[in-house]
Design a protein around this ligand. Sequence first.
Ligand SMILES: NC(=O)C1=CN([C@@H]2O[C@H](COP(=O)(O)OP(=O)(O)OC[C@H]3O[C@@H](n4cnc5c(N)ncnc54)[C@H](O)[C@@H]3O)[C@@H](O)[C@H]2O)[C@@H](O)CC1
Ligand SMILES: Nc1ncnc2c1ncn2[C@@H]1O[C@H](COP(=O)(O)OP(=O)(O)O)[C@@H](O)[C@H]1O
Length: 288
Amino acid sequence: MSTAEQGAASVDSVEFGLREAADHLAEPGPTDDKYSRGVLGVVSGSAVYPGAAALTVEAALRTGVGMLRYLGPTRAAEFVLHRRPEVVTAPGRVQAWLLGSGMPRPDEDGGADPEVTEHVERALSSGLPLVLDAGALAQAEGRAGPMVLTPHAGELARLLGVDRASVEADPLASARTAAQRYGATVLLKGYRTTVVGPTGAPMHVEQAPAWLATAGAGDALAGILGALLATHSRAVLDDPSLLGPLAATAAVLHGRAARAASGGGPFTVLDLCGRLGLVIAELLVLRA
Ligand SMILES: NC(=O)C1=CN([C@@H]2O[C@H](COP(=O)(O)OP(=O)(O)OC[C@H]3O[C@@H](n4cnc5c(N)ncnc54)[C@H](O)[C@@H]3O)[C@@H](O)[C@H]2O)[C@@H](O)CC1
Ligand SMILES: Nc1ncnc2c1ncn2[C@@H]1O[C@H](COP(=O)(O)OP(=O)(O)O)[C@@H](O)[C@H]1O
């Protein structure tokens, strides 16, 4: 489907841009410490997709958290620690969770190992802000806490029990249906990223170059959003309608970092992650 067709199907959403994103960034102050800044818990990756664990973690650290606890499978944890020794693999206090990138769905062959499943179950019933991606999307059913679902069109089609073409024909209506069904904020990925909450006006973000259509880009987006939820956890618990602007902010940072990494040509997902710090600095100046 062309961008024009997507736009025509989504005329009801408002664009969320740099200035709006700048207002949804947490900047540490002189009295902050690693706990007060926000701790993100991550359960991502699997023996099949250990790379997804590394990408979620890299993106979250680059977006800025006080601490990241990674509680995924052993092989992925070793890989994560090898790349990022600042990651903590012991359970403990967290302020938000990112679950599911690179993990099997509960109905898939093999499933996750029992220890990982237990971490996921605890996180799901914690009442803390959640990002549910990829293999964890199916766990949204019947959950009450503040959560953002981050499907692409294929995953949203599976969630809704419809075909992918019908999601692509009207992304906004499809995201809205899921938002209402699950009482969640839905961030639907694609050239245009659509964000819809159970209430409030839908938003869209179009910051990203088409070079971003590359494996692992969605894992990085989930990491960015996880970091934003951890650093805004108290505010989200007080006002869950903040989930929409925070999800849109993640898409702005992701797209802007992709553009910076691209410079008009191809780039890797780790290149994108490496640009996040400067993109955030650029946005913080905008609101000064
Ligand atoms: N390096 C890694 O470890 C990577 C791990 N990944 C993980 O791989 C697992 C499977 O991911 P898939 O996305 O292939 O999911 P699926 O294999 O579940 O894809 C489901 C359906 O969606 C369609 N689809 C895929 N991407 C789409 C898009 N961007 N827009 C519309 N439809 C799309 C596919 O054609 C397929 O029919 C996930 O857990 C994901 O997190 C991927 O992120 C790729 C990189
Ligand atoms: N044509 C495109 N132009 C710009 N961004 C895109 C395009 N296609 C996909 N994206 C973005 O790239 C990311 C892909 O995510 P996803 O499909 O989950 O990939 P993966 O599962 O491989 O990580 C999303 O953030 C999506 O919005």
